[in-house]
Design a protein around this ligand. Structure first.
Ligand SMILES: NC(=O)c1ccc[n+]([C@@H]2O[C@H](COP(=O)([O-])OP(=O)(O)OC[C@H]3O[C@@H](n4cnc5c(N)ncnc54)[C@H](O)[C@@H]3O)[C@@H](O)[C@H]2O)c1
Length: 325
């Protein structure tokens, strides 16, 4: 992981709210912020997050857990920094709970922006590469408008994140709230939910490989994604909080190395030494064909680029999954 210790001066003593803090990215971010001296309030309704991800922080003296839904929660206090990550990110999960997905990125976010407005806080919004939909420009720069089906099965996620970004920018322009938006591309690593009913592609393939079961690839597997190891994702989020250059900005946070799903499956079979065979299943609705970020803006504004290569990150992740299954 990038050495973030130079940011201790910025975070020391800050009171920071992390919504979705018991989830995958949120819990790694809580770890980093507590380590940097911040006092963290983690808000999560545990719909996909787990207490296991944060239990090591509970006695740190700088960490508090609130079990609540962000869309109905009343803060009753202010924060120096708010990070909004509470959302349902796994496609099958958000397709089966589209209303909750829309609410956490609209009403939930609205409440947090009002809180930030009243207290002069920084608000970092965890958006997604899915705002680009099936992008026509690869690598995709932040200036690309997106090609998204507004009423398709994925729209509850894609469009709610697009609305969330628009709401952040409205608060920035109209009320001068210090908003920052991270468009995150597939992040992976330890703590991805092993027991999820609908696991995301990296944990699903690893589990199938470790169990020597068929690896299920949707479509022909030639669709590409950008896989970013969790420590790189978290480093970008920390840097976005600490650097004023990103006030009112949106940044792609992803690995510029494009990898096909088939290539990912083959790498995982090799790294686990599995006897699994690849099987092809029906394509997912509105599944983007290619996804790869242009990260020149992140390099320029915060000096960030990912450090961990896919094979290395997969090895750490597989090691962790072996202990869990
Ligand atoms: N992991 C990725 O590759 C990725 C990619 C793009 C964007 N994102 C975004 O990053 C954020 C974190 O994703 P993640 O991968 O850590 O997923 P995750 O499911 O592990 O974490 C999301 C957390 O939010 C909580 N949550 C969901 N709805 C809530 C609600 N209404 N109120 C309170 N808590 C709620 C869940 O319990 C969970 O702990 C999400 O906003 C997601 O959209 C993630």
């Amino acid at each position: 992981m990038l050495d973030l210790s130079s940011f201790k001066g910025f975070f020391g003593g800050h009171r920071i709210l992390v919504t979705g803090g018991a989830g995958f990215i949120g819990s790694w971010l809580c770890d980093a912020l507590v380590e940097l001296g911040a006092k963290v309030v983690c808000l999560d309704n545990l719909s996909s997050g787990r207490v296991d991800n944060i239990k090591h922080l509970l006695n740190s003296g700088r960490f508090e857990f609130v079990n609540a839904d962000v869309s109905s929660w009343c803060a009753g206090e202010g924060f120096d920094v708010i990070v909004h990550g509470a959302s349902i990110p796994s496609p099958e999960d958000y397709m089966s709970r589209p209303v909750e997905t829309l609410l956490s990125n609209s009403i939930g976010l609205l409440k947090l922006l009002e809180n930030a407005r009243e207290n002069g806080s920084i608000l970092l919004y965890m958006s997604t590469s899915e705002v680009y939909g099936d992008a026509a420009i690869i690598p995709t720069p932040e200036t690309y408008y997106g090609y998204v089906n507004p009423i398709g099965l994925r729209s509850c996620y894609d469009e709610s994140k697009r609305f969330g970004e628009a709401l952040c920018m409205a608060y920035f322009r109209q009320y001068n709230v210090d908003v920052r938006i991270a468009r995150i591309f597939n992040s992976y690593g330890p703590r991805l939910d092993v027991n999820a009913r609908y696991a995301r592609v990296v944990p699903r393939f690893i589990l199938q490989a470790l169990r020597n079961e068929p690896i299920t690839v949707h479509g022909d597997g030639r669709q590409t994604r950008s896989f970013t190891y969790i420590t790189d994702t978290v480093a970008a989020l920390v840097m976005m909080l600490a650097k004023d250059t990103v006030r009112g900005e949106v940044l792609n946070v992803g690995n510029p190395k494009e990898t096909s799903i088939l290539e990912l499956a083959e790498k995982i079979i090799k790294l686990t030494g599995s006897s699994s065979k690849i099987v092809f299943t029906e394509p997912r609705p509105d599944d983007p064909r290619r996804r790869c970020p242009d990260i020149r803006r992140a390099k320029e504004l915060i000096g960030w680029e990912p450090k961990v290569q896919l094979e290395e990150g997969l090895k750490y992740t597989i090691e962790w999954f072996r202990k869990c299954v």
